[in-house]
Design a protein. Structure first.
Length: 556
C-alpha cells in the first residue's frame, strides 16, 4: 500500500509544521506503546486515570488502568497509521478508526471496534459508530458525542509548536518525534502530597514517581520546556521527609522506605544551565544539603567514609535502592562499598560547592569542596584495582574487591575521581572486545566475566542512562571523540529498534543476539505472568536521554 502524506490522515490541512506529523506515519501497528492523557493538557488522576497500551499482533488496544479491557479492531488489511501518546488514526483497506483522550478518564474512539471483558473499573458506552471507554467512577456517558476531530487537533497542535531541530537525519527525527510523544504521556498534574507537575518512568506498570528517573526526565525536558523540567525535579522534593531522607519512589498517597542514587543536585545544575533561576537554586539548596547529609549519616555503616547501598534478601531484586536492582554485584554480600554510590555522591558534593559559591555561602562552598576531594581520594584508594585496571566495589565482609566487572566501574569518571592514567585505562577497556567493546556497548557486565553475565536487566544488557553517564565522564577527561562515538552508537541502536518496534525499550542486548522483548527481566521472560517479567516497552528515560543526546550532538 502506498503511504500517503501524514496530512491525508490528520483531518484538516492547516498544519504549521507538516514535517512533524509526517515523521509519525507508520505502515504497521506497533504493540507496547503507552497512551494516556497528559498533565500538559489538563488535570490527571493518579487512581482513576485511564492508561492504554497498543496491542501486540493484530491492531487493537488494551486498557491497563484503572482496570482492564481489550478493544479489538476489525481486519484492516494494508494500513497506515499515526499513533501519538494521546491519540491515534488508523486507515486500512477495510476500515478507518480514530481516537483521542478527551481527559484523564475518557477515551473516545470513532470507527468499528469491539470492547471485550471490561472489568468493573471500566465503563464502555457505544453509540452508532462511536465507543467511549471510561473510568467507571468518573464516567460521563454524554461524552460519547464529543468532538473527536477537535480533540485530535488539540493534541496535534502541541506537536507542531515544539522546538524540534530540523538539521538531523530522518531516522533521528522520526525517533525524536516518538520520544517527545512518550515524554508527554509521562507528565502528571499536582495531586495529594505532590504539589508540582511530576513524571513517571512509564504510566504502566510503574505509574509512580521515581527519584533518579525524574532527574533523567528533566534532562530531556530542559530542551523542550524548561518549566516542565524544573517541576519534574522539584516534585521529588515534595515527598522528602523532614530528616532529609529522599524516597526512591513516591505517589500522591505514599512514599517508599529506601532511597536511590543521589543525582538531584547535578540534575538541578543541568536544568539551571539552560535557564538560570537563582531563586530556584536558593529554594532547593537546603533541601539538597539535608538529602546528601542523610546519605552520609545513614549509608556509611562502618564509618570509613564510603557509602553502601541498602540491600534485601530478594534474589531477583537485592538492591532496588541502587537502581541496578538485580546486578550480580549484590549477589554475595550485604555490605558493599559501592563504586557508583560514591561516584554519584562525589559529583553531588562538587555541584553543591558551586551552588554555595553562587549563593554567597563561602564557608559552605569550601565544606562541599573538601567533601568532594576527600571522597574522590577514597574512591581511588579503595576501589581501584591495578591488576584489573578498573574500579571495583569493595566487599566489607570479605575485605577484598568484588570479582564482578560491572559498568559501574566507569562512573569515577563523572566526578573526577580517576587519575588521568586511570581514565586512560578505563577508555582502553571500552575498546577491548573481550571486556566492554561488545557489539553494542556499554554492557552491564564485561564480556570476559562469564560467571556473572545473563541477558537479564542489570546482569548484562545495555542501559541508556549508564551510557549517558559514561559519555559524560569521557568528556570530562578530554576524550570528546570517544564520548561522541558512544552517543552515536547509542542513538543508532535506539533508532534501529524504534524503527522496527516503534517503542523505546528499557534495556538492549549488548551482543545483538536477541531483540529486547526476548530478554529476561528479574529471572524470566514471562509477560503473561507479570509485566515485571519482560523488558518495559515504552520506557521514560530511554526517550528523554535519547532526546538529550540528539540536542547534545547538534551542539557538537
Amino acid at each position: 500500500m502506498r503511504i500517503r502524506k501524514a496530512s491525508s490522515l490528520w483531518q484538516g490541512r492547516d498544519e504549521s509544521n507538516p514535517d512533524v506529523t509526517a515523521g509519525l506515519l507508520r505502515a504497521q501497528w506497533d504493540g507496547g506503546r503507552l497512551l494516556a492523557f497528559s498533565g500538559l493538557d489538563g488535570s490527571t488522576d493518579f487512581e482513576k486515570g485511564l492508561v492504554v497500551r497498543t496491542a501486540f499482533g493484530k491492531p487493537g488496544l488494551d486498557v491497563k488502568l484503572p482496570g482492564e479491557c481489550r478493544i479489538l479492531f476489525p481486519d484492516l488489511g494494508a494500513m497506515e497509521c499515526i499513533v501519538t501518546g494521546d491519540c491515534f488514526i488508523v486507515r486500512g483497506a477495510n476500515a478507518e478508526l480514530r481516537g483521542a483522550f478527551l481527559d484523564a478518564c475518557h477515551l473516545l474512539i470513532e470507527g468499528p471496534c469491539e470492547a471485550r471483558s471490561p472489568d468493573r473499573a471500566i465503563t464502555v458506552t457505544t453509540k452508532r459508530n462511536r465507543t467511549l471507554i471510561a473510568s467507571a467512577s468518573r464516567c460521563e456517558e454524554a461524552k460519547v458525542d464529543a468532538d473527536v476531530e477537535g480533540a485530535i487537533r488539540d493534541r496535534r497542535r502541541w506537536l507542531e509548536t515544539l522546538p524540534l531541530p530540523s538539521t538531523i537525519p530522518a531516522s533521528s527525527r522520526h525517533a525524536l518525534l516518538r520520544a517527545v510523544n512518550l515524554m508527554k504521556t509521562q507528565v502528571s498534574t499536582p495531586e495529594g502530597r505532590i504539589r508540582h507537575r511530576w513524571t513517571t518512568p512509564d504510566r504502566w506498570p510503574h505509574a509512580r514517581m521515581w527519584l533518579w528517573d525524574s532527574v533523567f526526565h528533566a534532562i530531556g525536558w530542559r530542551h523542550l520546556d524548561v518549566s516542565v523540567a524544573r517541576d519534574a525535579i522539584t516534585a521529588v522534593f515534595d515527598v522528602q521527609r523532614d530528616d532529609g531522607f529522599m524516597p526512591h519512589m513516591g505517589s500522591p498517597r505514599e512514599i517508599s522506605s529506601i532511597t536511590q542514587p543521589p543525582v538531584l543536585a547535578f540534575g538541578v545544575k543541568l536544568v539551571n544551565d539552560v535557564d538560570p533561576r537563582p531563586e530556584w537554586i536558593e529554594a532547593l539548596y537546603p533541601k539538597l544539603a539535608a538529602y546528601l547529609e542523610w546519605d552520609v549519616r545513614n549509608r556509611d555503616t562502618d564509618g570509613a567514609g564510603l557509602v553502601e547501598w541498602a540491600t534485601s534478601g530478594d534474589p531477583h531484586c537485592r538492591c532496588d535502592e541502587s537502581g541496578m536492582d538485580n546486578s550480580p554485584r549484590f549477589d554475595a554480600t550485604t555490605s558493599l562499598d559501592a563504586v557508583d554510590f560514591n561516584s554519584f555522591l562525589a559529583l553531588e558534593f562538587e555541584v553543591m560547592s558551586g551552588f554555595a559559591a553562587a549563593l554567597g555561602r563561602g564557608a559552605d562552598s569550601e565544606k562541599w569542596k573538601g567533601m568532594h576531594s576527600r571522597l574522590c581520594a577514597l574512591i581511588r584508594e579503595r576501589f581501584w584495582s591495578e591488576r584489573s585496571g578498573f574500579f571495583l566495589d569493595y566487599d566489607n565482609e570479605r575485605r577484598t574487591h568484588s570479582p564482578v566487572l560491572a559498568s559501574s566501574g566507569f562512573l569515577p569518571l563523572i566526578c573526577g575521581a580517576a587519575t588521568e592514567a586511570q581514565a586512560g585505562r578505563l577508555a582502553s577497556l571500552l575498546r577491548d572486545p573481550e571486556m566492554f567493546q561488545t557489539r553494542f556497548p556499554v554492557s552491564c557486565i564485561a564480556k570476559s566475566d562469564t560467571q556473572h553475565y545473563r541477558k537479564d536487566m542489570w546482569r548484562g544488557p545495555v542501559w541508556i542512562n549508564i551510557n549517558w553517564y559514561v559519555a559524560l565522564g569521557l568528556d570530562r577527561y578530554g576524550m570528546a571523540q570517544e564520548a561522541a562515538d558512544l552517543r552515536r552508537r547509542t542513538m543508532e541502536e535506539i533508532e534501529r529498534f524504534n524503527e522496527s518496534h516503534g517503542v523505546f525499550f528499557e534495556y538492549y542486548d549488548d551482543r545483538r543476539e536477541v531483540d529486547p522483548p526476548e530478554m529476561h527481566r528479574k529471572g524470566s521472560c514471562a509477560p503473561e505472568k507479570s509485566p515485571y517479567h519482560q523488558v518495559i516497552h515504552d520506557y521514560g528515560w530511554t526517550a528523554t536521554l535519547y532526546a538529550d543526546m540528539v540536542f547534545s550532538c547538534l551542539r557538537g
